[in-house]
Write a protein that binds this ligand. Structure first.
Ligand code: SF4
Length: 435
């Protein structure tokens, strides 16, 4: 299977782009992770993989979107972008995730990325603005991988993304990338309305036939003002998704990415391991894209990115609280504890809508990727090696006891309170006042 995978990548992707991927992302990316691990040993934190929302605007209106897409447009301007990237490069960073809103609505995007040929950029996009000309430009630059989101078939895509004709426009964008032999990825946020359509071999086979190099199955997060919590997956469905990914990795000649498990199948949060943090369009430094609270900004003068991130008591407090509470997603499992942390550090609600704290306090406590009863180790030796050296928990959960505060533990403890999980923060009352 690995030979089929390598052969496919070799013949479907421009060779110069494959070299950029191998060298910028592979070699230098791996070195940046080793630097992160060495920094952690000294108690220093600077994430090797920063995710940057370059703009809030988007042409779609997705269920569960936490970005203020319909608010007044806010962009990361070229000068601020270059300063941030250069300060991050000084710490050994080369890889940057470019998110939004819809990044291609930022007219200077490709000009900004062109200034950093020594880096590698993964652009999370709905594909609607990727014309043949834009795809050609990305090929010329060579340091970009487009990761295009498909959220269901024609009907479900329109429903999930709040516009008509979404699916065809997205497939068109994908095809324009493949025609230019770009290292192209397709991702999906798995939820109730698309899991049966997309979490299957037929869809993976279709991606392979199209020439797509990699895929990524995210797990839906019920966030933002239109959270649609009914779309969230059950623990059983999340386990099904995990098993599917592990099995397809040894069966299908396509790369399948995930950011929530180590090689042994232990759950982790990449913001807790410090491997990533997020910058929103207003320049606020957040633990991750869905935690829209901050005490630090890239626009603040007099301190470098390293000093801001390493010196942030809020980010440190977040990593410690989440590591103490669960190996999973603290936003899903204990939004109550996260809300308390936000208030403790007086972290600013950095959304335009200014309702993030109320949304967090209204969230239902639910399970996430952490399922201690059902750990699914990797079957692929290649993935096990890659995760062993470049994507583990870096020891942040060592000695931590998750048998009380995590959602699975509370489920187990209060199985009779199953119904209470359906009401906001109900369990907190139980926990703080068990009698
Ligand atoms: S807090 Fe949750 S959504 Fe954010 S990085 Fe961690 S697991 Fe992912």
């Amino acid at each position: 299977m690995y030979l089929r995978l390598v052969t496919r990548l070799f013949f479907n992707t421009d060779k110069r782009l494959l070299w950029k991927l191998f060298y910028n992302m592979g070699i230098k990316g791996a070195i940046s992770v080793q630097k992160h691990k060495r920094r952690m040993k000294k108690g220093d934190y600077f994430p090797p993989f920063l995710y940057i929302s370059v703009i809030n605007s988007c042409n779609l209106r997705c269920q569960g979107c936490w970005v203020d897409v319909s608010h007044k447009q806010q962009r990361i301007e070229p000068e601020a972008f270059h300063r941030m990237v250069n300060e991050s490069k000084a710490e050994g960073n080369v890889f940057f995730g470019i998110v939004g809103g819809e990044p291609f609505m930022h007219n200077d995007l490709l000009d900004m990325l062109a200034e950093h040929p020594d880096c590698y950029f993964q652009i999370f996009t709905n594909g609607h603005f990727i014309t043949p000309e834009i795809a050609q430009r990305m090929r010329k630059l060579g340091n970009i991988t487009p990761l295009i989101s498909v959220e269901g078939n024609e009907i479900i895509s329109d429903e999930r993304r709040g516009k008509a004709g979404v699916y065809d426009k997205t497939l068109n964008g994908i095809q324009n990338c493949l025609d230019q032999k770009l290292f192209t990825g397709v991702c999906t946020s798995l939820c109730q309305s698309n899991i049966d359509d997309l979490l299957n071999e037929a869809w993976v086979d279709r991606l392979i036939k199209m020439g797509v190099a990699y895929t990524w199955f995210h797990i839906y997060r019920p966030m933002g003002p239109q959270a649609s919590p009914e779309l969230s997956l059950s623990p059983e469905q999340q386990l099904r998704a995990r098993k599917f990914v592990v099995n397809m990795r040894v069966k299908k000649p396509i790369i399948i990415v995930d950011a929530y498990f180590d090689g042994e199948g232990q759950a982790l949060c990449p913001a807790v391991t410090g491997v990533t943090h997020h910058i929103n369009p207003w320049g606020d430094i957040e633990p991750c894209p869905i935690i829209q609270f901050s005490t630090d900004s890239i626009h603040e003068e007099g301190r470098t990115m390293k000093e801001k991130i390493n010196g942030s008591e809020f980010l440190k407090g977040f990593r410690e609280l989440a590591a103490d509470t669960t190996r999973g997603c603290i936003v899903l499992e204990r939004p109550d504890l996260l809300a308390a942390l936000v208030e403790k550090h007086q972290a600013k609600d950095v959304t335009a809508r200014k309702t993030a704290l109320a949304e967090l306090q209204a969230m239902t406590i639910r399970t996430s990727q952490y399922n201690p009863a059902e750990q699914v180790p990797e079957k692929s030796w290649a993935v096990r090696i890659a995760k062993k050296f470049f994507f583990s928990d870096f020891g942040v959960y060592n000695g931590k006891d998750h048998s009380t505060a995590s959602a699975p533990a509370m489920l187990k403890e209060n199985s009779s309170t199953q119904s209470s999980l359906d009401t906001p923060n109900k369990l907190v009352e139980l926990e703080t006042n068990p009698h």
